[in-house]
Design a protein around this ligand. Sequence first.
Ligand SMILES: [Zn+2]
Length: 269
Amino acid sequence: MIFDFHVHCFPDSLAPRAVSALADTAGIIGMRPLTDGTVAGTVKRLRSAGISGAHVLNIATNAKQTTNVNRFAASLPSLSGGFMVPAGSVHPDCEDKERVISGLWDAGICGIKIHPDYVGVNIDDPRYDEIFALCEERGMYVATHAGFDPVSPDHFHVTPGMMLKIIRSHPRLTFIAAHMGGPSQLGGVLDLLAGTGICFDTSLSSIREGERGDLIKLFRSHDPDRFFFGTDTPWSEPGKEIAFIENSGLPEDFKEKILYKNAARLLKL
Ligand SMILES: [Zn+2]
């Protein structure tokens, strides 16, 4: 069984615009979208790669969008015929974070995704700290983008040092860094975060050929229960992301944890 922990899609009415805007940014580093960004198009592509379910990471890029983004998130399980499990979103400038987070929990959403580079706020800002404290208290997880993102190529809003501070001040929080802790900062991830309580998603590993050795090193120096397989669809080829894990040389039971079992435990699949 394979569950994809890192997927993006949009309401049908917004998908063409959202995908083309994101493609303009991603095009800077030569990435092109591989789905139309709709729920149906995304499910079809992932199913054809042998993936049996997906965690959809929605991101409110301004405080006003929060309600709509979370309403869409809550509708995803039924829109996708049970294929999709949503994460919610909370913007750091959102005025009533406690109400938003309780609302997500009541809607059956047990975690959130944040993207500090899209929002333009460093992840160690006190406004994010409030969100982490609320999620830690409720037992909700936080997934974040980490490292290089073409939307902010010269300033990384989520660095290994910042993440270390967060997991130290919120030891009970399930904190998940995308892309194995982030493109272009793997040295710092290995030095500061390997062996800690942080979790990683594996999305985009297949396109990081020059870093393959260090990615495998990270798997081997960290708790096998703390990795989640992801593709970052529409930005990566699901089959290649699966092949990266299959060909990693890790023991079979480790690969099963990465590809399915860890997500099943966290998301109660
Ligand atoms: Zn992503």
